[in-house]
Write a protein that binds this ligand. Sequence first.
Ligand code: GYE
Length: 270
Amino acid sequence: QTGSEGGWRAANTASFKETAEQLGLTLKFYDSQNDLAKQVAGFQQFIQDPEVDVIVMSPLEVTGWDQVLKDAQAAGKPVILSDRRIDGNEDKYVTFIGADFVEEGRKAGLAMCELLKDSPSKNVWELVGNVGAAPAIDRGTGFRETAEKCGITITNSQTANWSIKEGKEVTEAWLKQSKDVQGIFGQNDEMAFGAIEALKEAGLVPAQDVKLISVDATSCAFQAMLDGTLNGAIECNPLLAPQVYEAAKAALNGETLPKWIPSQESEFYM
Ligand code: GYE
């Protein structure tokens, strides 16, 4: 697993632990503490472990996997990517089970266009996740595809590493330079929550003076929408374990699977 960076990750980890118990599977869990080198080391540990039959990974970043995937293949251990995709290497993993992050970005852009449709200015700031991570890369791509079509200008974009703390720090720094912002796109809920705190402390009313859209739709996002501080949340489904374990069983039975099994999700508004 990547680490324990927020609500989405907690739900994702719980899904794997609870479903393993329900299915009577032995789950060996390695927390990479959001450190790519640690995640590679954990992967290698599972390749060496004679008790491990299948390796499931939520890759912190899209690159850095060539060697360990070769080693896993040589060891005859099927690999399943969960949650996040990687670049290339399609012949070295069974399947990727996760969301279409580009589509999530497109949905966020369309939502922001709708929120700003009567606004003469359409300056939007983007809080980006870990810059090497598939959700950060792809949500940024998708957001630009739709937001820029309705006249939105992204006047600030910077990593806040998925966290409330950094989301607040980055937004505070931007607000010191200018308050000419009509929308903020948080690539996950936690960074949007940080922006909400910064807006309040700067005397701006979140979801009114500045519209906010985030991705994940964790329970805290629903609370923020109920509080009237978040305009909308694009769902990213963390409950992937049932699909992943099914794919693991199929892989061990020698079945061929599609290289991508998209997870199912929707969107929710205040
Ligand atoms: O959006 C974010 C977490 O990989 C989809 O990772 C996941 C992302 C999610 O840190 O909250």
